[in-house]
Design a protein around this ligand. Structure first.
Ligand code: PMV
Length: 341
C-alpha cells in the first residue's frame, strides 16, 4: 500500500490576473489531503466526504477519460465549457483523474483509493488540484512507475482543465511543489515561469489568518468566465493593477514590510471587487478588518469561499472575525508539497 499527501494552497496575491499572464504568489497551506492506494482489478474510491463509495470498471474509466479529454478540446475551441462542467462533478471528477492517470502511465489494471481530507472544497484552497495530484502520484507509485514531480504536475494540470476550463496552472504548481511559489503563465503555450521563493523568503510568514465565509454560488470556471466577459476597458486596467501589486508583494514579503503587505492586499482586493467577485458577508467583514488597520481579500476564484486576512498582530483580526460569527484559522504557510507518507 502507498500513502500520498498534498497540501492546499492560498493565493497571497494575484488570483484571476494570473490567468492573463500577470504574476501570482501562492503558498502551500498546512491543511492536507491524503490517499492510501493499492493495486486492484477494478477501481474503488472510499472515504470521500462529498460522495458515497464508488466502483468502476477499468476499461470503461479509461474510455471515459478519453471522452472527457475530447469534450475539453471541443469546449476550448468553442470557448463554452458549460457541458463539460455539468458532466465532471464530485465523484465523476475522480473518475476522470483516475482514467487520465491510467492512460498517461499506460496501466491496464485498477486501483483502490481511500481518501482523507482536511481541505474544504470550493473554498479557493485548491482542493481540486490536491485531489488530482495525490491520485496521480498514488497510481504511479502503486505501480512502481517513477513519475517526476513535473510529470505529476503536468497531468494534474490536464485534470484541472476538466473542472476549470482554462486555468492558469498556478494552483497545481503550488500544491505539487509546495513552499511559496512565484507563478507566471506563458500565454504563448511555452513553459510557465515557476520560481520557488524559499531561499528568498526563508522566514515563516506570520500574521496571515484564514476564515471561511460561505460556499460560492458559482464554480471557479464560471467565476473566471465572469472576469473574461467583463468589458476590456474595465477588465484590463484592473488586471494590470493586480499584477503590479503582485510584483511589489515579492519584495514586501522578503523585507517583512507589514504596511506594504497590507496596502498591496487591499489594492488587489479593490481591483478584484470590480468584477463582482465579492459577497455581502465578505464586504462587511473586510471593512471591519481594514478599520482595525488590517487587510483582507477573498482567495482563489472568490465569490465566497475562504478569506485571507493579514495584520502584524493577528489576534486583532482573529477577534474581529470571531465577533462577526466566523472561525479564524491561523495556518502554516509555505509547507511541503506532495509527498509520500
Ligand atoms: O478557487 P481556486 O482554488 O480554484 O483558484 C482559482 C484561481 C484563479 O486565479 C481564479 C484561476 C486560475 O486558473 O489561476
Amino acid at each position: 500500500m502507498v500513502r500520498i499527501s498534498a497540501p492546499g494552497k492560498v493565493h497571497l496575491i494575484g488570483e484571476h490576473a494570473v490567468v492573463y499572464g500577470e504574476p501570482a504568489i501562492l503558498a502551500a497551506v498546512g491543511l492536507r489531503m491524503s490517499v492510501e492506494a493499492e493495486k486492484s482489478d477494478s477501481i474503488r474510491v472510499t472515504g470521500s466526504k462529498i460522495h458515497n463509495d464508488i466502483e468502476w470498471d477499468v476499461q470503461e474509466t479509461k474510455e471515459f477519460a478519453k471522452n472527457i479529454e475530447k469534450l475539453w478540446e471541443e469546449s476550448d475551441r468553442t470557448k463554452d465549457f458549460s457541458k463539460l462542467f455539468s458532466r465532471v462533478k464530485g465523484g465523476i471528477f475522480k473518475k476522470a483523474i483516475i482514467g487520465t492517470a491510467l492512460n498517461e502511465f499506460g496501466i491496464d489494471s485498477g486501483i483502490t483509493l481511500n481518501m482523507q481530507s482536511d481541505i474544504p472544497t470550493s473554498s479557493g484552497l485548491g482542493s481540486s488540484s490536491a485531489v488530482a495530484a495525490i491520485i496521480i502520484k498514488a497510481i504511479a507509485d502503486a505501480y512502481g512507475i517513477s513519475a517526476l514531480l513535473e510529470k505529476v504536475n503536468e497531468i494534474t494540470y490536464k485534470c484541472e482543465q476538466y473542472v476549470h476550463g482554462n486555468p492558469s496552472g498556478g494552483d497545481n504548481t503550488a500544491v505539487v511543489h509546495g513552499g511559496i511559489v512565484w507563478f507566471e503563465r506563458n500565454l504563448d503555450g511555452g513553459a510557465n515561469r515557476i520560481e520557488t521563493l524559499q531561499r528568498e523568503i526563508p522566514h515563516k510568514l506570520h500574521g496571515f489568518v484564514l476564515a471561511y465565509i460561505k460556499r460560492p454560488e458559482k464554480s471557479t470556471g464560471e467565476l473566471v468566465s465572469m472576469v473574461r466577459e467583463t468589458d476590456p476597458s474595465v477588465r484590463d486596467p484592473a488586471i494590470k493593477a493586480i499584477g503590479e501589486a503582485a510584483r511589489k508583494m515579492r519584495s514586501a514579503l522578503r523585507e517583512r514590510d507589514s504596511e506594504k503587505i497590507k496596502s498591496l492586499i487591499n489594492t488587489a482586493w479593490e481591483n478584484l471587487r470590480i468584477f463582482g467577485l465579492s459577497v455581502p458577508e465578505a464586504d462587511d467583514l473586510i471593512a471591519k478588518i481594514r478599520e482595525s488597520g488590517g487587510a483582507a481579500k477573498l482567495c482563489g476564484a472568490c465569490g465566497g469561499g475562504m478569506m485571507l486576512a493579514y495584520h502584524e498582530n493577528p489576534e486583532t483580526i482573529k477577534n474581529i472575525i470571531k465577533e462577526a460569527g466566523f472561525s479564524p484559522m491561523e495556518v502554516e504557510l509555505g509547507v511541503e508539497g506532495i509527498r509520500k507518507e
